[in-house]
Design a protein around this ligand. Structure first.
Ligand code: NI
Length: 203
């Protein structure tokens, strides 16, 4: 094959690939118009059966989250940065909602149940905001819940001993029927986060 033919082949391949890409985008947009945002989010199928315990040792399952909007995030009490920041923000959001905060269930789920006993969770959350419900369990129970909620987490050994956890930092929102409502990302602007929460609580 000479250089010219090779160049033509490369160019035509690029054209063909971009056409496939455009068709894909068109299909994506078509699907996007066809279903409402709510249906699209629900289709993500985040959430599912779980069994954990709260900071008082009481069993909590998926059924206990039905009937009111839920804000949920995963983390661990030894987290140096992301979790304390998120807890602080959640507390501010609850303040921002005023009386409507009572309708919202804020849940913090540990990805480090080895260290995060109910007692440790209780102490930790009380220091931030007693309105936030803490969930822990056995490693197996936590793994099941993390899978149902599509949470990434990983234990990372530290040099010189000990460990930390990598984990998904997003805050998940669910409507009162348990349907996935959306996320609030780490460091999302306060007004954007409040707008989502007000929409969620307004149902
Ligand atoms: Ni964290």
């Amino acid at each position: 094959m000479n250089v010219l033919r090779a160049t033509r082949l490369v160019l035509w391949t690029a054209v063909a690939l971009s056409l496939v890409g455009l068709a894909g985008l068109a299909g994506y947009h078509y699907l996007g118009r066809d279903s409402s945002p709510d249906e699209t989010l629900r289709a993500l199928d985040i959430g599912g059966p779980f069994e954990m315990v709260d900071t008082q040792g009481r069993t909590v399952t998926q059924d206990d989250l039905q009937g009111r909007p839920v804000l949920m995030f995963f983390g661990f009490t030894h987290c140096p940065d992301v979790c304390p920041t998120t807890l602080y923000e959640v507390s501010n959001w609850l303040d921002g909602l005023g009386e409507d905060a009572e309708e919202l269930l804020a849940v913090f789920v540990t990805v480090d149940p080895e260290r995060d006993t109910p007692e440790a969770m209780e102490r930790y959350l009380r220091a931030f905001d007693p309105r936030i419900v803490g969930l822990t369990g056995t490693n197996e129970q936590m793994a099941e819940m993390a899978e149902a909620y599509r949470i990434y987490y990983r234990k990372v050994d530290l040099e010189g001993g000990g460990y930390t956890m990598d984990h998904t930092a997003s805050v998940y929102l669910f409507d009162e029927d348990g349907g996935f409502f959306g996320t609030i990302d780490y460091h999302e602007a306060q007004d954007a986060a409040m707008a989502k929460l007000e929409r969620l609580v307004a149902g």
